[in-house]
Design a protein around this ligand. Sequence first.
Ligand SMILES: [Zn+2]
Length: 307
Amino acid sequence: MAELQSSLFCCPVCHSAVLESPVALICSDCGKAYPLVDGIPCFGDSDTFYEGRWAQPDSSAGSLRNRLVKKERFFVNGLRGRRGRILDLGCGGGWRLFATVGHSVGIDISLASLQSARRLYDQVAQARLTAFPFADESFDFVVSSDVLGHIPLTEKDATLSEIYRVLKPGGLTWHYVEADGDDPLMRFAKGYPELYTRHIVEPEGHIGLEPAGSAAARFERAGFRIAGQVPCYRGLTYVGRFVQYFDNGFKERSLFIRLLVLSCKLATIAGPIELAANLGMSFLIELGDRILPERWAGGLLICCEKP
Ligand SMILES: [Zn+2]
């Protein structure tokens, strides 16, 4: 067994160096063994909900779509001109944009996702987001998109303190966090708790939503300095998402919802029409994020610095 000189990985329990055998990484201190599955170090257990669910790699890195979709533009702008070692949390199949920054590492719970992501990233590992397999101050940047809303409220502080721990002082972290919007549509949806759970929470795994303001306060409590934040998607989203959420039992409850779903479905019947509709929505989202109440935000774009 040899110590992994080139590897960033360490024991997620005690943060000691790991030794490599042909079939596992073994902690040099506590002796815990982490299997290598198809060459991927596995520090956490897999999860049937996540396995293979978001395995599609995204090979864009500043495309037109990246500039039009607000949450994607946030990462494109934030990372522009930056160079350093980057960690993508809940990386799914990976996003080429992150790999362009420098030595790129992805962690996720799904092995199928990691098998895709390793084609884009320098290193990947299966790990839980509450115990990272990296030493303190290993990264210049940490990113996550559409991930923190999947972490239960009781575990979120552990994730943020892990982000803090593995960032270098002065390191930056960007996140798109799904938020619990208190807009009229979501208030309507929550009036039917069973439908809300079945059609809005469960399909996406959004078991850890909280208001955008609470999500931001959590970063401050963890010791970060907030460099920028935008509570976004205030009651508005792209047309396909409305269909996904409401083209079901909700339609029987409201004529307005029925008309909304019908018009959004018409807007998604052909690619060019959907593109035009979403361009219109992008404009409305920008406008809404300036004039609608902050508590309506269905998402939070946040950039923080470790002092
Ligand atoms: Zn250990």
